[in-house]
Design a protein around this ligand. Structure first.
Ligand code: SF4
Length: 361
């Protein structure tokens, strides 16, 4: 984009845009099921290049935004104990609990440390044998398989003072919840290239089979996203509904078989509540009984939390469901901004409100 606000497309992008424009005679509504797609579209101003008939809806996307305040409340309760260190990704620090955040508790003296992976949590546990290290684990299947690898390694190495609070979710359950809503008639789906890299393209075929919608698995570069949209337009025009893997550099049909094994070994699907969605069947990943010694909820079984209190007036839930836009929220860019985030959607790096704030024109 130049200083006058014009957006440039290179030759390849112009060819893709021409193809999309020629193929579009009616509006097309695309569900982009990964927050990375929103980041790329906003960052490269693709929505301004696309014809007005192309509508992209984002969801369920940002995993940190789907965390319930009770998830944070539990961590705050653990952190009050003198023998606990909460070891978390920075992205969770400012996510609002019912009354506070990890960031505020840390400022008040709680031992809350920022780590970059589950392996850092293991290292911390090894160095602090008299403490319990609580690792809040969020993210979809690909992140969960990394957590599973950490739990298995902790068992092998005899590191039993590391506990995981699992907030992991199954992206398929969130996609299905969105496809079953009747507020948006979805014409095509862009499924997460990140999750597909570990789970494989075949993992997503069930969506096409069940909902008879065109589906593509895409990369995140502007050309790849425009190519994905073109394929969805072509599928719709050809009355076809298949799953196309347009990201073969990272995604195979079956994915990483080791990731599948790790997930199967450590986690089991359970009903869980998603912020903005409510309870969804088989949508969460809970640590199996055989690994209960690593499950924070089992080890700290005496910690109870009350009903979650969501930030008043925050439209995060509606935005995550694709029903509203960040700009519909009266707090957006006013009392709510990345420095003073009211809801998780503004705090998280890939939260829809934060992305729109950063790349607003
Ligand atoms: S702008 Fe802030 S208050 Fe509004 S929906 Fe987004 S996170 Fe919530």
């Amino acid at each position: 984009m130049n200083s006058q606000g014009s957006v440039y497309a290179d030759e390849k992008q112009r060819a893709l845009l021409t193809g999309i424009e020629k193929g579009l005679h009616d509006p097309i509504h695309i569900l982009a099921a990964c927050s990375g797609y929103k980041v790329s579209v906003q960052k490269h101003h693709l929505q301004r290049l696309l014809p007005p008939l192309a509508h992209i809806h984002y969801g369920p996307g940002c995993s940190a935004c789907l965390v319930l305040p009770t998830f944070v409340d539990k961590l705050l309760a653990y952190a009050k104990r003198s023998n606990v260190i909460v070891a978390t990704y920075a992205d969770l620090l400012g996510i609002p609990g019912s009354v506070s955040t990890l960031e505020k508790a840390r400022t008040a003296g709680a031992d809350i440390r920022v780590i970059n992976s589950v392996w850092d949590a293991l290292l911390l546990a090894k160095k602090n044998r008299r403490k319990r290290i609580v690792f809040p684990a969020t993210g979809f299947e690909s992140a969960a398989s990394a957590t599973a690898a950490g739990i298995l390694q902790a068992k092998v190495a005899g590191i039993f003072n590391v506990q995981v609070l699992s907030g992991h979710k199954r992206i398929l359950a969130g996609m299905e919840a969105l496809l079953q809503r009747d507020n948006i008639a979805v014409d095509g789906i862009m499924s997460s290239g990140r999750v597909a890299a570990s789970m494989g393209a075949d993992y997503f075929r069930v969506v096409t089979e069940k909902y008879h919608k065109p589906q593509v698995i895409s990369g995140y570069e502007p050309d790849e996203i425009l190519g994905a949209i073109l394929h969805l337009v072509q599928q719709r025009n050809g009355k076809s509904a298949v799953t196309e893997n347009l990201f073969p550099a990272a995604v195979t049909s079956q994915g990483n078989l080791k990731s599948h094994e790790l997930l199967e070994e450590v986690f089991e699907p359970v009903e869980t509540e998603w912020a903005g969605f409510g309870k969804l069947e088989k949508s969460g990943l809970s640590i199996k009984e055989a690994y209960r010694m690593f499950d924070a909820e089992k080890v700290f079984f005496d910690v109870e939390t009350s009903k979650p209190v969501l930030p008043e007036g925050c439209l995060c839930g509606e935005i995550m469901r694709g029903e509203k836009l960040p700009s519909d929220c009266p707090f957006f860019c006013k009392s709510c901004n990345p420095v003073n985030a009211v809801g998780a959607c503004m705090y998280s790096q890939e939260g829809p409100c934060r992305v729109d704030f950063l790349y607003r024109q």
